[in-house]
Design a protein around this ligand. Sequence first.
Ligand SMILES: Nc1nc2c(ncn2[C@@H]2O[C@H](COP(=O)(O)OP(=O)(O)OP(=O)(O)O)[C@@H](O)[C@H]2O)c(=O)[nH]1
Ligand SMILES: [Mg+2]
Length: 296
Amino acid sequence: MSEKFCSGYVGIIGRPNVGKSTLLNAFLGEKISIVTPKPQTTRHRIMGILTLEDSQMIFLDTPGILEPHYQLHRNMVKCAYHVLDEADVVVFIVEPAPLQGIEKRIIERLSSCQQPVLLVINKIDTIQKDTLLPLIETYASMNIFHEIIPISALKLKGTDNLLKTIKTSLPEGEPFYPSDMLTDKPERFFAAEIIREKIFKYYQEEIPYSTTVVIEEFKERKPKDYIQGIIYVERESQEGILIGKNGAGLKKVSTEARKDIEELIGREVYLELWVKTRKDWRKSSNDLKEFGYVQG
Ligand SMILES: Nc1nc2c(ncn2[C@@H]2O[C@H](COP(=O)(O)OP(=O)(O)OP(=O)(O)O)[C@@H](O)[C@H]2O)c(=O)[nH]1
Ligand SMILES: [Mg+2]
C-alpha cells in the first residue's frame, strides 16, 4: 500500500437535461439518481460515493441551473450552486450545441472558482465528429477549464477517461465514508424519487412540475414492506388527471414504481399511493420546507 490515496467531492453542475444524473449513475454503475427525458427532473443534491483501490470520489449530482420562475426553482438553483462550496473538483456539463444564456452566467460564476473545473461535453453520440472541434476550441479559448472532455454518458463513451481525470484532480487524503457506502440519503428518499420519476415519465405539461411525493410510512414487514406515499398536486383539477380513468394512471405509476423500489431495496413491497392537493406548494416557503426542498 505504498500508493497514495486520493479522496474528495466532485460537484456535477449544468443546465437542466444535459445528462448530469445519467453521468452519476454511469460512474456508480447503479441507478441512484432519477433520469427522465424532461428537464428539471432532479430537485435535490444527490450524493453517490465511488470507492476504488486508490481513491474515493464523492459525486454530488444537482438540480439543473435555470432562470427561476418560482420559489422551488430558486431553492433548486441555490442547491446547485451550493456544491461549489463543497466540491474539490467541479464537473460542468454542456450539450454539444451553442451556449445558452444561462450557461454563460454559470461560466461567469465558474470563472472565479478556486478549484479545478472540468468541462464535459456530453451526448457526443448525437453529433457528427466534425462539429466537436469548433466547440472544443470555443471552450478552450475561455481559459477557465482545467480540461475539456467529450463523452456520452448514455453510451459510456469517454467516461473512463473522465473518471481518470477527476481522480488525478483530487487531493490526497483518507476516505470520508466507509467503502461500502453508496449514498447519504435513506431508502424512503429514493422511494419518493422513483415515484416522481414515473410521474415525469407518464404525464405531460404541468403535471410533473406540479407534483411532489412524500413517503408517509415505510415499514419493514413480512412478507412485504409497507410503503404509503402521498402525491401532492397544486390544484384539485390535477388530482383527477393524475388518478386517470378508473384509477388507471395512478395504477401504472404505482406498479412501475413498486418494481423499481423492490429492485433498489432488494425486498418485496406493498406500495399504497394517495393523491392530495396542496395549493401552490411550489411558491410556498413553508410547504417547500415541509417537503424537504430547503437547502440547509
Ligand atoms: N443521446 C444521449 N442522451 C443522453 C446522454 N446522457 C443523457 N441523455 C439523456 O438526456 C436526458 C436527460 O438526462 P438526465 O440525466 O436526466 O439529465 P439531467 O442533467 O440530470 O437533468 P435535470 O435533472 O433535469 O437537470 C435523458 O433522456 C437521458 O437519457 C447521452 O450521452 N446521449
Ligand atoms: Mg438530473
